[in-house]
Write a new protein. Structure first.
Length: 265
């Protein structure tokens, strides 16, 4: 064994640990949500560890160390300061509910076993509450592309269980908030409607409603309940960490949509 082999092995081990730490910090901050990645994030921790082991044996290890240090500073700021409440302060739009032609519930994932995710269920339940209050006679939904199951069919099953028989209209498959807004705007004009109640997650409400208004829809925004963390208080570190990715996703989305001209002025 050469003299360099133990030192190379030590550097490899150090790199694996540093890379894994960076991966865990990024996973805890859910940074992949910034690019709308919502699937399993665990493989990226392993990938970060392997990348760290590779880079730590090169002259670029200082760059890796700097990046992980930056992630640690960001994680600390998110968890233990008022950064998240400050970033989220104007993202939620909540209008007073009034009678409308329909309730539009923006799409969210349906699990492959046809069960609604927590987010999808929260949105749908709030939409059904508005229907039960007599504020609208019908529900409008959008669909995610395959392999995700039908949002409309999941909604109909829940409505049947609750003995609700209001009409469900679908605007078909959409891929993002902009395409949803375009599809709903088209239906809105075809039906000759004058107002929609719009339901989505609280942090998403400002961008979603502004996107629909850009398509000529008269909107009353009625966000669902945020069940993953306490949005109104955000006093707990865990809650702030859960909120961070959603907040930054919306900040980036607002900036991008404004640049593309997809938001009402």
């Amino acid at each position: 064994m050469s003299r360099d082999q133990p030192s190379r092995a030590a550097r490899l081990g150090t790199g694996l640990v540093v890379g894994a730490l960076g991966g865990l910090l990024a996973k805890d901050l859910n940074l992949l949500a910034l690019v709308s990645y919502w699937d399993d994030r665990a493989p990226f921790v392993l990938g970060a560890a392997l990348l760290g082991g590779l880079f730590w044996n090169t002259r670029l290890r200082w760059l890796l160390g700097l990046g992980v240090a930056g992630l640690l500073v960001l994680w600390t700021a998110v968890a233990y300061t008022g950064l998240c409440p400050w970033l989220a302060k104007d993202l939620v739009r909540r209008d007073a509910p009034e009678p409308a032609d329909a309730v539009f519930v923006l799409g969210s994932r349906v699990q492959l076993d046809d069960d609604l995710t927590d987010e999808a269920l929260s949105r749908l339940v709030h939409g059904l509450e508005l229907l039960q209050q007599g504020l609208a006679p019908r529900l409008v939904l959008s669909e995610l592309p395959p392999p995700f199951p039908s949002h409309s069919e999941a909604a109909r099953r829940l409505m049947d269980d609750l003995a609700m028989h209001q009409e469900i209209l679908s605007v078909g498959e959409t891929t993002n908030t902009h395409t949803e807004a375009v599809a709903v705007g088209k239906l809105y004009r075809e039906q000759g409607w004058s107002r929609l109640l719009v339901v989505t997650a609280p942090l998403h409400s400002r961008r979603a409603c502004a996107s629909l208004e850009h398509e000529g829809v008269n909107v009353l925004c009625s966000p669902s309940v945020e069940r993953s963390f306490d949005l109104e208080a955000m006093t707990e570190p865990d809650g702030r960490l859960l909120a961070f990715s959603g907040i930054m996703h919306e900040r980036l989305g607002l900036w991008l949509y404004a640049r593309r001209g997809w938001l009402a002025q």
